[in-house]
Design a binder for this molecule. Sequence first.
Ligand code: IPD
Ligand code: CA
Ligand code: CA
Length: 270
Amino acid sequence: MDLQDLLTFTIDLSLEVGQLLRDGFRQSKEIEYKSSAIDPVTQFDKAAEALIVGRIIERYPSHAIVAEEGNNRQGSDASPNGRLRWFVDPIDGTVNFAHGFPHFSVSLGLYEGNKPIVGVVYDPMRDECFYASAGDGAFLRHDGQSTPLAVSKTDTLLHSVLATGFPYDKHSSSVDNLKQTAVFLKKSQGLRRAGSAALDLAYVASGRTDGYWEYKLNSWDYGAGVLLVLEAGGKVTMIDGSPVVPLPKGDLLVSNGRLHPLMQETLNAI
Ligand code: IPD
Ligand code: CA
Ligand code: CA
């Protein structure tokens, strides 16, 4: 398996999809709702996913695919470490995209079993492509130039900028992250809810934020971002401290490493 080839393919694909989304951003959107009355999907989510899945099948016909809008494939390729599986989020931040709020991303992660080996998160509106392959570090490519990513060195909550997000069942579920948000809002320098989990992970990898947590994420939300953070020297676990694996409805804790115990203690105490 040639990781460099896989990475180049994934970066190129994210840029191609990014163009489709930049074009779609100013057009009118046909909005339908999925898991709840606040969980939207547009024609551009569907078109982007069709493009991504088509390209993967063309190039890697034996790989498995887990894709948010339902274009899943079982795959037949297994390495000694497990299946080769893509986690695809064609637009991470659809609420933002649908409202014309220019913060969303394409998220493409490739796993070998439960191990991330390639991760690319592309923000088309800023032309920021965050990418990593296992063992080779994480980078940000902007304007054709790549620079290495590194997590921050912040070691107190009081001086940290944190990020979080809320599940689409927040209006009907008691696991709504409200108490946790209130506590971290008080304890930190700043708390952000920007609306794209994949970029939330990429921003921890870049040192723009120091930590991030969210409940009930899907594997396609964090599949790519996990590798960015690990390769940038940060830490990712499930909120209960167990190792991160691609799950439907995973509770994720992400940090620069130094803040991990403090964030975990805080969450456990609530
Ligand atoms: C959502 C975004 C959001 C997060 C939600 C996700 P979508 O993904 O990542 O930031 O808070 O939990 O579901 O629906 O825009 O792909
Ligand atoms: Ca998502
Ligand atoms: Ca999505």
